[in-house]
Ligand binder design. Structure first.
Ligand code: CMC
Length: 395
């Protein structure tokens, strides 16, 4: 009953208006607030990008300093957080830990609980952007059994994150500018991507008026899945599997499996709901991949060679051509992160760190929209018609 449009997976329903991110999937174009991702990735840093996504304009020099100073005032997390973390098994998946930690932030800040209050949202936004690197690094250090590294505010956003990840109290950590730039680029490329599953989750969750930190925790939970943020992890696992099977020589055999619909095997890091052309982020990521591998003397990295071979074959194969399947951002980001030393199961956590600003910008936009209502999808009911409960002896 009911006259509702039936559109599973939202293939043709615009759930919202938005002025933040524009994707032209046919051209393979991505713009944040009108600026091409290629220009942002080469001329701006991640905090500039955060400012742009949140406020709609790139910062001028004083605005940039002010924003940076505001963010670094909030990089520490409450000391209680480490006791919360300690409740997890050391081998817990970092995304399970991160879902918990971000959700737990909602218990700490009594001055930023009201999602409908712009001041509350503003301070929650700064806290989240500032604390995500600290939380992701803590989740990593906890798994390693190493001491947490407190943030250092004289470093860049990416540099501070790298130090919290790879520094130890025994040794001063030297930030390598090539790696720092690569990390920052990974953050920029993942900062927003319009109404994907996790962003839509954050909007729907926030539309009930919940605590802002809780709404972002819902986004983290959604991002975890292998069809979304978990694809970079799945992609690297796939490359490692092929490598174990025999590497480049086995690519043809693997591709046959991918094309066999009964195998259930997909070429991870390929295909996208919106891009029916090369994902512009994948191009930038491939460039970064070359730079990082050269810097670290890993030009002959077998997984990179394997990835390039898979890409080459896929781009020429009818199966992929007909379906317009191209590499997406995750195809090369895993190789870069692995080279930097980030463990595979932390890739999605880094994606979550970077996407937090996009989630917040989209949440702010929704709440600022005079037409905003609680999200409440309808259904086409396919269950039983009305019937009566029978006594237990007659069922
Ligand atoms: N390998 C093999 N076949 C594929 C792939 C792939 N990676 N992606 C799509 N197809 C096939 C699919 O089987 C379907 O074939 P047919 O028309 O014969 O049934 C056709 O291409 C259309 O794909 P779809 O699954 O209907 O498209 P969708 O928009 O529902 O799914 C997707 C998009 C990203 C979930 C899917 O392409 C996929 O699972 N890719 C691998 C996972 C991945 O890399 N995800 C990262 C997305 S980008 C980062 C992010 O947004 O988080």
């Amino acid at each position: 009953t009911g006259m509702f449009t039936y559109d599973p997976g939202f293939l043709s329903t615009a759930a919202t208006q938005s002025a933040i991110t524009y994707i032209d999937g046919d051209k393979g174009e991505l713009l944040y607030r009108g600026y091409p991702i290629e220009q942002l990735a080469t001329q701006c840093d991640y905090l500039d990008t955060c400012y742009l996504l949140l406020k709609g304009e790139l910062p001028n020099a004083p605005q940039r300093d002010e924003f940076h100073n505001l963010v670094i005032k909030h990089t520490m997390v409450n000391e209680q957080m480490q006791f919360f973390l300690r409740g997890f098994r050391r081998d817990a998946h970092p995304m399970a830990v991160l879902t918990g930690l971000v959700g737990a932030l909602s218990a700490f800040y009594h001055d930023s609980t009201d999602i409908n209050n712009p001041e509350h949202r503003e301070i929650a936004a700064i806290r989240l952007i500032a604390k995500m690197p600290t939380l992701v690094a803590m989740a990593y250090k906890y798994g390693m059994g190493q001491p947490y590294m407190y943030p250092r505010n004289d470093l860049s956003y990416a540099g501070n994150f790298l130090r919290m990840m790879f520094g130890t109290p025994c040794e001063d950590y030297k930030v390598n500018p090539v790696i720092e730039r690569a990390m920052d680029r990974i953050f920029i490329l993942h900062a927003d991507h319009e109404q994907n599953a996790s962003t839509s989750t954050v909007r729907l969750c926030g539309s009930s008026g919940t605590n802002p930190f809780a709404a972002i925790a819902a986004g983290v939970a959604c991002l975890w899945g292998p069809a979304h943020g978990g694809a970079n992890e799945a992609c690297l696992n796939m490359l490692e599997d092929i490598q174990r099977m025999g590497g480049v020589a086995k690519v043809g055999e693997f591709m046959e499996k991918v094309k066999d619909k009964n195998s259930g095997v997909k070429l991870m890091g390929f295909g996208h709901r919106v891009y029916k052309n090369y994902d512009p982020r994948a191009k930038l990521m491939q460039e970064t991949c070359n730079e990082v591998l050269a810097e670290l003397g890993l030009e002959n990295d077998p997984l990179f060679k394997l990835a390039k071979q898979l890409e080459k074959i896929a781009l020429e194969d009818d199966y992929f051509v007909q379906r317009k399947l191209y590499p997406n951002v995750d195809f090369y980001s895993g190789i870069v992160q692995r080279a930097i030393g980030i463990p595979v199961n932390l890739f999605t956590g880094i994606f979550a760190l970077a996407r937090t600003v996009g989630w917040i910008a989209q949440l702010n936009e929704m709440i600022g929209d005079p037409e905003y209502k609680i999200g409440r999808p309808r259904q086409l009911f396919t269950g039983s018609v009305r019937r009566d409960v029978q006594p237990l002896t007659k069922r």
